[in-house]
Design a protein around this ligand. Structure first.
Ligand SMILES: [Zn+2]
Length: 359
């Protein structure tokens, strides 16, 4: 097993916790409790992002490692008089992955489980079988038969919903399956980096940002508050090894090391920082892959243009089936991403960071 039992349990608790965009208190509290043992200051911004600091040998530069803690989820939009719940996405979903899945709704009376209902095949016309059913035609069934019964269970318009999915490790101990890997893996990595690092020539900030999936919102307020001199954003990358994906669509593969994102729709990284990360990986003999994400962005898309700008790089854990009930990633890739970022932060002294933007 790559990680110690305690660390794997933290990862399980973190990924199974309830935190769609705007409703991240539960995973934020789990991280706060975890990092309080090795941070010297814990604060938040006023949107809800958790910021924790570990002093190093120098006050400057300020280095940020930020992973977003929200997961793609849903929100209740209506309850029918027959007792079915309409809903819409918080974050991007491919509607086809939703049918017949269990979900969890958080109400003022507590959490309840429902299922996204679907017509049995016996009732489908041949032309219906070939069509993708859109989310606005779907409903959640919580076992009620009337609107009153749904209300009695505590469900109201505006209640948040997440996929219901257990974190499990495969039989060979190498691979994990579960929900919310985008980007609880990043939030986990940031916490691990702050835990493991010592005597670094900078001040290190870890952040668990909120509301990334609805437009990189927490990254904006957190970067304003921290004012970092350089930032590394741990994320998931799309693993291109599943059947039907072309290498030019997603070059990284699960199990082949962290991916260094050379380009995405929200940022062209600082090239000196990119080359620095590659050099660190090579010198430390950490496997890595060069990747790109044509469609889609990350928190770095906002952090690199906050204030006067900030050199940023995204380092990803190649993950299969992101934005669904069950993602799949290699624990060794996760460990190597932590190692790569720890090794990089240890070398980020004032001169190195100044050189990222020197003409
Ligand atoms: Zn993400």
């Amino acid at each position: 097993m790559v990680f110690e039992k305690e660390e794997l349990e933290f990862l399980k608790r973190l990924t199974e916790s309830f935190g769609p965009p705007g409703f991240e208190k539960e995973p934020i509290k789990i991280i706060k409790e975890h990092v309080s043992r090795f941070s010297d200051e814990i604060t938040t911004d006023k949107l809800g992002t958790l910021i924790y600091r570990k002093k190093g040998l120098n006050e400057q530069p300020r280095v940020l490692v930020a992973g977003h803690v929200d997961e793609v989820g849903f929100i209740v939009t209506n309850v029918t008089k027959e007792g079915f719940i309409s809903f819409t996405g918080l974050g991007g979903w491919f509607d086809q992955v939703l049918l017949a899945q269990r979900v969890q709704i958080k109400t003022k009376k507590g959490k309840i489980i429902g299922v996204i209902g679907v017509k049995p095949p016996h009732l489908l016309k041949p032309e219906e079988r070939d069509k993708v059913i859109k989310i606005d035609k779907m409903f959640i069934d919580i076992g009620a038969t009337s609107k009153e019964e749904v209300e009695e269970m505590g469900v109201r318009i505006g209640d948040p919903i997440i996929p219901y999915s257990e974190f499990t490790v495969t039989m060979n101990g190498k691979v994990a399956m579960g929900k919310a890997f985008d980007d609880r893996l990043g939030a986990f990595i940031a916490a691990q980096v702050v835990k493991r690092i010592n005597n670094h020539p900078n001040t290190l900030y870890g952040a668990a940002t909120v509301q990334e999936e609805v437009g990189l919102r927490g990254a904006r307020t957190a970067a304003y508050k921290i004012n970092p001199d350089a930032a590394i954003i741990p994320e998931v990358d799309i693993s291109g090894d599943a059947p039907g994906i072309k290498p030019e669509e997603a070059p990284a593969k699960m199990g082949k090391g962290p991916s260094i994102i050379t380009y995405d729709a929200s940022m062209i990284p600082n090239q000196e920082l990119k080359e620095f990360i590659i050099q660190v990986a090579e010198e430390e003999r950490i496997p890595y892959q060069l990747s790109q994400v044509k469609k889609g962005g990350t928190d770095a898309g906002i952090i690199h243009i906050t204030g006067v700008g900030c050199p940023c790089i995204v380092v990803g854990v190649p993950t299969r089936y992101i934005h669904s009930h069950v993602g799949v990633f290699s624990l060794e890739d996760l460990e190597n991403t932590v190692k790569l970022i720890v090794s990089a932060v240890k070398r980020l002294d004032r001169e190195t960071v100044e050189n990222f933007t020197k003409i």
